[in-house]
Ligand binder design. Structure first.
Ligand code: AMP
Length: 397
């Protein structure tokens, strides 16, 4: 069975066609600049690449081009789009309604629309992608896999903010958590990789990329996760501040004559290691290079990032009354040997011991703790597309 996985942004569309017999990627690609001049499709299959530059006023045209590429005599991998059994869509926000992936019908589309306020950049694009597939492949099931679903398992004490309850009732203001598909995938893989009890295994997943979040789960069910109403809460990220006193917003507004929206934009796009380093970069490789060259602020930014991750691991261990496994994933988590080691150096009190030789590794499943470490620590590359494809298969089988 072949599953097409789509991740639609406001002007982009990423796709993978996955053969679920062996979970292999048959083709993948990206449509860029949808609705803008210079639209372009880059399609990769069988070690070959095809680039099509053609206007794509809407996602519907982009999907049609993807379909053409998939059946192209030279670059295609199927002979008929009817071979695609189902389409799995990454949908950002399911609000308080959906805690599980679901086959799309009119009710599901209504909820995606009702959540435009909660996911203003992503939900409209996600809906466009679904409607484009309905038009291009009538009768082929579409499945919505929510980025917020994993966090819906949190208990009230973890997801409610300590603000007047009426705001939850009126506007659904609560902690949702994002990167849910990644946390679901990696926590499941950690249970298997570390040989933990599938019902009781206590896992902390550190998804450390340009966006960063951390989750605590027991038996794959989320106990807590660091992002909140929006992805701004929690860890220090490439450009996002993570946790701070909300009065910081008021103070910057007053001192700089800015409004709340402008300051929130600064907290989302100009803060994190980019802001802390005095503007060096949001890219962790650049920050590390600057630190090696003696840049003090870059050094502090990295130290603060590492310190915040270590504090969250401590908090989440307390929340679960223990931890069996800690998994590192995403760009920094999978590749940054020094940051992983520095985070683990805070965890001696948990009996964490790292094997430096094993940690000297990038981007593959790898146990990095020693045999006598009390907690198993590992690198597990995330694969959100495969997680979406598995969910899609589960629902349409
Ligand atoms: P992601 O958002 O998951 O794609 O992760 C992107 C981040 O991973 C960027 O900040 C990269 O600098 C970082 N990254 C990728 N490779 C490395 C590496 N070898 N060392 C440190 N950071 C890395």
């Amino acid at each position: 069975m072949k599953v097409l996985v789509l991740n639609c942004g406001s002007s982009s569309l990423k796709y993978q066609l996955i053969d679920m017999e062996n979970e292999s990627v048959m083709a993948k690609g990206l449509c860029e600049r949808i609705g803008i001049d210079g639209s372009k499709l880059t399609h990769k299959a069988n070690d070959k690449e095809m680039v099509v530059e053609q206007p794509m006023p809407k996602h519907t045209e982009a999907i049609s081009l993807v379909m053409k590429a998939l059946v192209d005599p030279e670059y295609g991998v199927i002979t008929d789009t009817k071979e695609i059994a189902a389409v799995g869509h990454r949908v950002l926000h399911g609000g308080t309604v959906y805690s599980e992936s679901i086959v799309v019908n009119e009710d599901v589309k209504r909820v995606i629309r009702e959540c435009f306020d909660l996911g203003p950049l992503h939900n409209p694009a996600n809906l466009m992608g679904i409607e484009a597939c309905e038009e291009a492949m009538p009768g082929t099931p579409n499945v919505a896999v929510w980025d917020t679903a994993f966090g819906m398992a949190m208990d009230e004490k973890a997801y409610l903010y300590a603000i007047p309850h009426e705001y939850y009732e009126k506007y659904s203001i609560r902690r949702y958590g994002f990167h849910g598909t990644s946390h679901m995938f990696v926590s499941g893989e950690a249970i298997k990789f570390a040989g933990l009890d599938p019902e009781k295994g206590k896992v902390i997943v550190c998804h450390l990329g340009n966006g960063a979040s951390i989750s605590a789960s027991i038996g794959g069910k989320c106990v807590d996760t660091s992002m909140g109403l929006t992805p701004l809460e929690g860890l220090i990220m490439g450009t996002r501040s993570g946790d701070l006193d909300p009065a910081v917003v008021q103070t910057i507004c007053n001192k700089e004559g800015k409004d709340v929206n402008e300051v929130l934009n600064i907290l989302n796009k100009k803060s994190g290691v980019l802001g802390m380093s005095g503007g060096v970069s949001s890219d962790f490789r650049d920050i590390e290079k600057a630190r090696e060259e003696g840049n003090h602020l870059a050094d502090v930014a990295l130290q603060a990032f590492i310190y915040r991750v270590a504090k969250y691991i401590g908090a989440y261990t307390a929340a679960m009354n223990g931890v069996d496994a800690i998994a590192f994933t995403a760009g920094v988590g999978e590749n940054d040997i020094k940051s992983r080691k520095a985070i683990c150096e805070y965890l001696g009190y948990l009996g964490v011991k790292i094997d430096d030789e094993a940690n000297n590794c990038r981007g593959k499943n790898q146990m990095i703790s020693t045999a006598d470490s009390k907690v198993k620590v590992m690198i597990l590359p995330t694969n959100e597309e495969l997680a979406i494809a598995r969910e899609t298969l589960r629902l349409v089988k």
